[in-house]
Design a protein around this ligand. Structure first.
Ligand SMILES: [Zn+2]
Length: 191
């Protein structure tokens, strides 16, 4: 009997081991946990990764470089702000992250994660850029598994089960959970 090999296409669930480095080859993330995502433009992963893997099957390996505009954006200097130290909790360390909204934009603007990048006597520098903004990223990708998505996964637009998205299947309050969908990849990267 001929073995059926599933190709990556819309509504397949892809398990891919990855290593992430910058364009100079400096390792950013060694991807000990594989990424498991629902393929097909659901924004579960970067579109450039989907593009590279579309039509491939388990065992496929490749290396792609993704420019900032196709990854976490160009670095935006206007997202750097200086706050009085007493507006932030103590103790404070460089690298700590806070969620906040930029002051000078409409209140319905999405909250940003601000990273403390400098601390002076009474001032703190907060940077609202994603830590990987402005960086060309190089992904080495190794597809380990491809399977058909379940109907439920397609409706929810994300993967269920091991290494996928976990939530209580009380579909009534799935709403607030959905707002973080696009961030799954991101939170995976910065820990
Ligand atoms: Zn779900």
């Amino acid at each position: 009997m001929k073995e059926f090999t599933m190709k990556i296409a819309k509504n397949t669930v892809v398990t891919v081991k990855y290593k992430l480095s910058d364009a100079q080859g400096n390792l950013i993330e060694d991807g000990r946990e594989p990424m498991v995502y629902l393929h097909g433009g659901y924004e579960n992963t970067l579109p450039k990764i989907e593009e590279a893997l579309d039509g491939k099957e388990a065992g496929y390996e490749t290396m792609i470089q993704v420019e900032p505009q196709d990854a976490f954006g160009e670095y935006d200097p206007s997202l750097v702000k200086i706050e009085p130290r007493n507006r932030l909790p103590a103790p404070l360390e460089i690298g700590m992250q806070f969620e906040g909204t930029p002051d000078d934009v409409d209140s319905d603007e999405e909250a940003l994660i601000f990273t403390v990048t400098d601390i002076a006597d009474d001032k703190v520098v907060l940077d609202g850029n994603h830590p990987l903004a402005g960086i060309a990223l190089r992904f080495s990708l190794n597809v380990t598994e491809v399977r058909a998505a379940t109907d439920e996964e397609i409706v929810h637009e994300h993967v269920h089960g091991p290494n996928g998205h976990h939530h209580a299947h009380d579909d009534m309050d799935d709403e607030d959970d959905e707002s973080s969908e696009g961030d799954e990849f991101r939170t995976h990267l910065i820990h």
